[in-house]
Design a protein around this ligand. Sequence first.
Ligand code: ATP
Length: 361
Amino acid sequence: GPSAMLKKQAASVEFRNVTKRYGSVTAVDSVSFVIEPGQLVTLLGPSGCGKTTTLRMIAGLEMASAGQILIGGRDVTNLSAADRDVSMVFQSYALFPHMSVLENVAYGPTVQGASKKDAVAMAMEKLSLVGLTGLEKRAPSELSGGQQQRVAVARALVLEPQVLLFDEPLSNLDAKLRRRVREDIRELQQNLNLTVAYVTHDQEEALAVSDRIIVMSNARIAQTGTPRELYEEPADLFVADFIGDANILTGAVVDLAGPQAHVQIDRLRIELPHRGVMKGPVKLAVRPDAIFLDETMAQPNAVSGTVRKASYLGTQIEYEVESPIGELFVVQYGRKEPIAPGTPVAISFALQRGVAIIPGA
Ligand code: ATP
């Protein structure tokens, strides 16, 4: 009825030690997190890590084996999907093929008891929000993949849920469209101040759309943070490797001074946030654009290496470099002449922000 027309406040989502078991398989193992109201949080991780199961437990499509789930501060652990005020956009879109676009979107409010007139008005409003005005009478089969995706979003929005869930929403779209649609989803989420949980296995997509990312590995949370925190301060080797590209190098903390650690990597000496480590050997995650290659060999304290491979990619040049600190993957931006394979180079770290000690590695 008309109550569904009222704008709802975005709600928080909280997991407290939530576990999901399927027989002997633990799909989600004592996971805790908070999604703040109006935030878009991505569940990111490799296949089988438990992200879809986590999303389905928010929706109430799977029941937790243990722990507590709260939405807007309300304990919903034992509530069915219908009682949770949550909508989900499925990977397959799950549109009704025999209904028009308008009927697909008006279906939810109708089932919830809205009059036909109200349901149509609500559907028209949401179709306009996702940019589909004018296509109301089409069948889903008469739409492009991107348009079908937008119908699925309108259909999820029409009930004005407290929380909107996306399960790999871009996986049926081609690469170019994916980029556009993810920007559209982000814009809509920010304009409507929606709380969104979003599942993907694509780290670039997660970095692009998220306020925060929950990285999952083997049914547990590996790390939670903003895209920048995860990229610049990975908590472990898994996250360093999964988010962006990283050279994992071995160095040694030779001195600790306040919040800084003096780290020696062969002949290079750098100061980094110590992140709780002690003196002795450490692993470092070094981003490919944090490494500087100098063919003039001018820097006295650099490590010497040799370019093995150079790939010109337009906006960037990618190098493989052999060196005493390991085989390095290096990216240089800007319009430079590529350094030819076989050329000796002096290696140094250009951006200290792209170098992080990995605690506990
Ligand atoms: P993907 O990206 O491949 O969808 P995911 O990270 O979403 O992976 P889940 O689908 O959550 O992973 O699955 C986590 C684990 O739980 C996997 O080992 C999976 O095989 C198992 N699992 C999921 N659903 C069931 C089920 N209904 N019955 C038994 N095991 C299940």
